[in-house]
Design a binder for this molecule. Structure first.
Ligand SMILES: Nc1ncnc2c1ncn2[C@@H]1O[C@H](COP(=O)(O)OP(=O)(O)OP(=O)(O)O)[C@@H](O)[C@H]1O
Length: 299
């Protein structure tokens, strides 16, 4: 585990939160640091939005402590240094994009210029449009602009790229990376594992209100030693699936896809049984496989 010495910006310590009889978080520890992006991953209902709500002071913990800049998340001084993009934005449909930005910028001491906000979030040409008339992806970009316009030192992004096309998503990724390089602490919740893989310095995996794994993307990935083998072969997936080292085998787009704990023996046997085997590839498991494995183990 890498030990980071960057300043702690926000923290949950031993936090529990229930809604009636439903436990949403159960003894969760979580740290956000300056200049780092922490990705919070977990299946539906794992407790991700609850964790964000506690760090923002929108929810109250039943046990444990939530801090933002070392103080209560309710403190005005903490809020002034925070930027937020939640799943439900509550932005009035009739407002023009430019007006929304002007008003939000006015809450902060040293906001970005309008031009900077517009170019960072890709809003050129949209400033005179009414929010309610924008596409879902354009609305997400406006929400991002509102989240970053005050040059926040901590940024909470709850599934920020849902509904964005590939170009907009990559634009947003660039903007997020720039904030992190400038020293902002970012907490990203996402269902897109490739997003966490592309952006995260550290990953926290939640399942049923508990942290089931944390570490760098590489460390999380290393939790599963699995390899993925791809090849073109006349051997059937059913035949290969029955080999002892093989966890799973299937035929996808004419290629045999095999998930194994250790690749060498399986590769040797593939080559021995099919002299014409072609286009052999062996890859390390990605975050997606690690995540499925971790949440399954915890369940
Ligand atoms: N206001 C509420 N009242 C009752 N139960 C709630 C409330 N909000 C959340 N929960 C429950 O708490 C648990 C955690 O919910 P939370 O929204 O934090 O999960 P999540 O990881 O953000 O899920 P998703 O990926 O679906 O957004 C779930 O079981 C959910 O049903």
């Amino acid at each position: 585990m890498n030990i980071s010495h960057a300043a702690v910006t926000a923290e949950l310590r031993g936090v529990g939160k229930r809604y009636g009889r439903q436990t949403a978080l159960d003894g969760v520890d979580l740290v956000l640091r300056a200049g780092e992006l922490t990705a919070l991953l977990g299946p539906n209902g794992a407790g991700k939005s609850t964790a964000v709500g506690l760090l923002l002071g929108l929810l109250q913990a039943d046990s444990g402590v939530a801090t933002l800049f070392g103080r209560s998340p309710h403190a005005l001084s903490s809020r002034r240094r925070s930027g937020v993009m939640l799943q439900s934005a509550g932005i009035p449909d009739a407002s023009k994009v430019g007006e929304l930005l002007e008003v939000t910028r006015s809450y902060y001491a040293d906001p970005c210029s309008m031009a900077e906000c517009a170019s960072t979030a890709g809003l050129e040409g949209l400033l005179d449009r009414r929010y309610g008339r924008l596409s879902g992806g354009q609305q997400r970009r406006v929400q991002f602009a509102l989240a970053i316009c005050g040059r926040p030192r901590v940024l909470f992004l709850d599934e920020p790229t849902t509904g964005l096309d590939i170009e907009s998503r990559q634009g947003l990724w660039r903007a997020i990376r720039t904030r992190v390089e400038q020293g902002c602490a970012v907490m990203l919740t996402t269902h897109y594992l490739e997003e966490a893989e592309a952006l995260a310095d550290r990953v926290v995996v939640l399942n049923r209100g508990r942290v089931v794994a944390f570490g760098s993307v590489g460390e999380i990935r290393a939790h599963v030693a699995q390899r993925r083998i791809r090849c073109i072969s006349h051997l059937s997936a059913e035949h290969v699936a029955a080999w002892p080292e093989v966890r799973h085998a299937s035929l996808e787009s004419g290629r045999l896809q095999i998930v194994v704990d250790s690749a060498e023996g399986v590769v040797r046997r593939l080559l021995a049984e099919d002299a014409e085997l072609g286009e052999l590839e062996v890859q390390r498991a990605g975050l997606a496989e690690a995540f499925i494995e971790l949440t399954r183990e915890a369940a």
